[in-house]
Design a protein around this ligand. Structure first.
Ligand SMILES: [Zn+2]
Length: 270
């Protein structure tokens, strides 16, 4: 294929694959409709749960579920009142706590969330869990996984017209690459720095609408910084925003999140 044809194809794909993110108003690259990517994600999630130790019925496990439900309800309220009713119709929210000392949590497309027990001491309490939950739910709402898969398609030149003509095996391979599942158990590849920042901002907004104190988000990242022994790599080496950037952003956004929550009748924050 000549370079020009390839470039034209890429430009066409951008146009066809662009979708507006309701939370940011930004146009994003995404070839995958929910119905195409969610079943793959759901199957992978179930497989992950089968292969790992899911903590059930403890106070902490129940808290993960109840915070998750509260955050998802807040997201739905936000979407409904901003002209996106039905946005979540294909989502199947699920929140699981997995016994693993890794300090991590993640969300697969369609609302499939895992918290590792290792992150609980940093969360400290329900509000800390809400900070992490808001962030993870935000990745799912903003289709960051599908965008990463779309970028992966272009990188690999697997580009096909629109979202048709990609078979299940190819889709599964791209999904596995985007999620790192299958190579290293449960270690999700990091999102890009801009996706992380976006998830921080959206997450803060929905946690506030759910009645959780957005001031606690910066506090959580301060604890994360201490936990990593202040050893985080400098920002330009990392795909993640540095802890300091994150803390500064979250601190400056918290009052705005509270203001947004007031539109939903939320005036006190736990
Ligand atoms: Zn993230």
């Amino acid at each position: 294929m000549s370079k020009n044809i390839f470039l034209t194809l890429v430009v066409l794909l951008f146009i066809m694959g662009c979708k507006t993110n309701p939370f940011t108003g930004k146009s994003t690259l995404n070839f995958y409709p929910n119905t195409s990517i969610f079943p793959t994600a759901f199957a992978q999630y179930d497989e992950f749960l089968k292969e790992n130790k899911v903590v059930e019925s403890t106070t902490e496990a129940k808290m993960i579920t109840s915070v998750g439900q509260r955050i998802a309800t807040a997201a739905e309220r936000w979407l409904n009142s901003n002209g996106y009713p039905g946005y979540l119709k294909d989502y199947q929210w699920e929140y699981n706590l997995v016994q693993d000392e890794t300090v991590n949590a993640w969300c697969m497309p369609g609302g499939k969330i895992v918290f590792y027990t290792g992150i609980l001491p940093i969360c400290q309490d329900e509000t800390g869990i809400a900070v992490v939950m808001g962030h993870e739910v935000a990745h799912a709402l903003a289709d960051h996984g599908a965008q990463r898969m779309s970028a992966g398609m272009i990188q690999q030149g697997v580009a096909v017209a629109g979202n048709i003509a990609i078979n299940d095996l190819e889709k599964r391979n791209i999904f596995n690459q985007a999620y790192g599942i299958g190579s290293t158990v449960g270690v999700m590849l990091p999102f890009s720095r801009s996706h992380e920042t976006e998830a921080d901002r959206i997450g803060l907004q929905i946690m506030a609408i759910a009645g959780y104190n957005p001031d606690e988000a910066a506090e959580l990242w301060k604890r994360m910084k201490v936990n990593s022994g202040n050893q985080a790599p400098p920002e330009f080496l990392s795909t993640h925003p540095s802890n300091d950037t994150r803390i500064a952003n979250l601190t400056s956004w918290a009052p705005l999140a509270k203001e947004e929550a007031r539109k939903y009748g939320v005036t006190t924050f736990q």
